[in-house]
Design a protein around this ligand. Sequence first.
Ligand code: ADP
Length: 350
Amino acid sequence: MCTFNTLLKAEHLTEFICRFNIMSNKKVTKIGILCSGGDSPGMNAAIRAAVRTGLHYGLEVFGIMRGYSGMLEDDIFKMESRSVANIIQRGGTVLKTARCMEFYEHEGRKKGYENLRKRGIDGLVIIGGDGSFRGAQTFSNEFDIPCVGLPGTIDKDIAGTDFTIGFDTAVNTAVEAIDKIRDTADSHDRLFVIEVMGRDAGYIALHSGIATGAENILIPERKTYIDDIIQSLQEKEKRKKLVNLIIVAEGDDFGGGDEVAKYIKQKMPQLEVRLCILGHIQRGGTPTCMDRLIASRMGYHAVECLVEGKHNVFVGIQNNRMNYTPLNEAVKKKQRINEEWLKIVKILAT
Ligand code: ADP
């Protein structure tokens, strides 16, 4: 029996599908896989999953080197199951990744389309960030090639998913490094300002800062009140609390770790202040178990989407369930920082 509720749901579903144009009857037979934008650990596990799921469904699978650049330059090759053997544990990406200025132009995208058409490639899996998804959406609108995205970014700055491929590894790398720095801070009664990655998103700073017991965590999503930090350092100094770790995301509004360290030195010359910028060690390295798991799960579901006709979405995981967000939505939202975490940091860092 068809109830009002089911009718309502069906109506909403139709509206959703029409609005975002995410369902299609177009049958996909040959898929191309590429990585685009910044690399992140776990991309290889995602490539492996997409290749093997594609083969499982009887699709022909092609690897596209260096993101959209390889598509434009016809750097495309056929992949078999063995092509992805022994890569699940490796950081970086065997397909390499790149940023491609030509892809911003229609003429560039057309060149890419012609290279796909030559081989009959009629579906794409794109592992990258919101910029890469924006490019994929534009490309799909112009040339009717269905695209499915996988969120590969260490920054975890994409709404619609609780995880992005690479974040867990990056955070764990930062935690390991900060723990080591703490040993020195403790031995010498020093204050360390540690800059972690995150130009627009503070998740690496927030998670690694909480996990290492940092006193202050400065993130792009919040204004930095530097004089409040100086005041709390002065209070702690009176209580003889001399070991302090301040974690700063590179995009913090005061100007990153360098500026923060300089300001503290200037205001509190009696303190031994050191600056440590963790930099690119956070991007590479063996992916954690968590990143391998989510990359495998997302890679599998990306190909399922193409096979089932669910197009122009990116695959996410929310509350341990798969979640599909239209590609054009991924560009509009940023994750919100959970206010509770900020409260916890304040309470625990006394
Ligand atoms: P990320 O995917 O990590 O956010 P970028 O924003 O640098 O990284 O995007 C990666 C690539 O995606 C760009 O170099 C470009 O080739 C393509 N791209 C990004 N935005 C667009 C767009 N609006 N139109 C077409 N291509 C785009």
